[in-house]
Design a binder for this molecule. Sequence first.
Ligand code: ATP
Ligand code: MG
Length: 441
Amino acid sequence: MPNLNSTSGPRVIERSQHGIERRQVSPNACKVIERLQQGGFLAYIVGGGVRDLLLGQQPKDFDVATDATPEQVRGLFRNARLIGRRFRLAHVRFGREIIEVATFRGEGDDGEEDSGLREVESGGRVLRDNVFGSEAEDARRRDFTINALMYDPTSETIRDHVDGFQDVVDRRLRLIGDPVGRYREDPVRLLRAVRFQTKLNLAIEPETAGPMVSMAPLLGDIPPARLFDEILKLFLSGHAWSTYQGLVRAALWEQLFPKLFADPANPPALVRQAMMNTDERVAEGKPVTPGFLFAAFLWPRVRQSAENLIAKGQPPVDALAQAGEDAIASQARRVAIHRRYSVMSKEIWCMQPRFENRRGKRAYRLMNERRFRAAYDFLLLRVLEDPDLEELAQWWTDFQEVNGEQRETMARSAMGGSGDGAGSGRKRRRRRRPRKRPASA
Ligand code: ATP
Ligand code: MG
């Protein structure tokens, strides 16, 4: 067991042992720490920044923890602003970089400072606003040992209150304290466990892994908005597919996206490929959007209900719009999907039948739509579940690649071309504009 007795003091790890060099840390974060230390305060780089450097990853940001109060921090920096409702933090701004400076917190505080959720959840519970703690307490209230290391750029030492350094060396993910209690205190830690395991390629220590499956239902108590934020981190950091598999193994996927796939361990090919494509794009530094991923996750359900509606006589685009609306509404009970992303998912779905109408100006019009590229990528995925779409997808691939003249020819000949979709296109067209033929006919 790690020694959690605060009186014993931290283990201090020298530079020769930990290997982090000061120049790997943001110069602005170092400046903040220097100024705080010169003011007589303790100050360290904490959390993910230290962890990622030790594990050879590029940190996203460098957070600072200090024993100065937020007001004292503001007193030291002209470029500081206090934020947060329940637990106030200082943001020190240097051009585009913001260094977050938090005052050491006491135990039991679990990092929901900005969400205001604690007030809602608390019921009769005493709110512990701005309960500051010692350095050791601040380390112990963090989630995993590897997230609790404190780096002092001045002495170039790491201060370890929770035996986290050895866990880094052994590449082990371990909750600080009693895992059952820590998961109960904040079930989002279940998701964080899977996220760090996959992103950092760590083994979850047995006592930390043991209760995960049985505690997964606790996620049901987490507000959908908080889950949404967590899901973005889970699926857009370049490891969507392995994260997905980890979530399924820990019974967490069903908590987040219930009843979407018959067998979550074997998700539909389209869903799996959507995650793999997302990971590939992240690896290539291309932008990724949750709207596309949600479109894929919900597609099996959307497709099924749209087919039912079409069988009852609804036009395909309307059927997809309605099926999409329903799927998003029922998903929103678990995970709030921001509107701009759900709108994008709907656009992607509703454009699918339109790919079948390639005649004349329609192809051009579709290609100029804002979501064309995402919808086209989605069409490519659909070939995986519907090989008959191969020819259509190829046509659209060619249509984008050829020169203007060839494109004209393609649009013209598509009119009389292959049977798929041309029929439904004519039908919809007639409803809107009787008689008139496309100009290019
Ligand atoms: P990432 O690189 O993904 O941002 P991170 O570890 O920095 O990972 P953050 O969510 O930015 O994660 O949190 C910063 C730090 O705050 C963590 O390293 C951890 O020490 C602490 N923390 C965050 N969430 C929790 C939580 N739910 N319970 C306890 N401590 C937490
Ligand atoms: Mg972070």
